[in-house]
Every structure is written in C-alpha cells, then in structure tokens.
Design a protein around this ligand. Sequence first.
Ligand code: THU
Length: 129
Amino acid sequence: MLSNNQLYNAAKQASRNAYSPYSEFKVGAAVLTKSGSVYTGCNVENASYSNTICAERVALVKAISEGDKSIYSIAIYTEDADLSPCGICRQFIREFGSEIKVIYLSSGEIIAKAISELLPDSFSKDNLY
Ligand code: THU
C-alpha cells in the first residue's frame, strides 16, 4: 500500500502530462484503490473551455472504467501551490464513498482529509434509495 507521500508523488508525475494550453495550470491526481492499484490523471482542457476535465475526475474515471471501484484515497498536485479539489470534483469523489481520503497541499504541508469533511451534508445515492 502506497503512503500518502508516495501517492502525492505519483500525482506530481502525472501533472507532467497536463494538457492545459489555456490556463497553463498543470494538475496531476493519483487514486489509490483498496486493492493497492494506482490510477493517475491530469487536467485536460478544451478550446471550448467548459469542456475541460480536472485531473481528479480523469484519475477516478480511469479506476472506475477498469472495474476498480473501491477507492481508498486520492492525491492532488500542482507545482508550488496549495490546491484542494473543486466543488464538482468533491461531488465526484463523494460518489464512491464518504470516507475517501483526499491528500493535498495546505499551507505548504501535505495533509489528508476525509471527503466528508471537504463536502459535509453531501447529496449522494444514500439519500436517494
Ligand atoms: N483543475 C484541476 O485539474 N483540478 C482542480 O482541483 C482544480 C482545477 C484544472 C482545471 C483547469 O484545467 C485548470 O486546473 C485551471 O482551472
């Protein structure tokens, strides 16, 4: 099982592949599943700006589409800056569990918080069925 720092490092490697010619903001993400597999992603922008997809969702979609739905944690990286997931990505992470650990840089330190803390009182399938 990778440590938080190792997963953060995998997110850093993934940020190299960012396709962000419009914002020039490179983001990487790495998902660790309960089976121990790692899936990475980067942000992919589009000339029609709102078509952009964040690194977190790319990494999650890679895991889910490989049939690996037991998400344990996700790390997010951008160079030289604090970064926590945007609102859409928080909801997307929450879909796969309220206790998923989100690993990111806050005040220059790598920290981990449960998605339930980043998205309290969330809407989820638990409310629907
Ligand atoms: N972005 C991410 O990939 N993840 C985040 O958590 C925040 C924002 C991307 C989207 C866009 O390509 C660029 O960063 C600037 O918003």
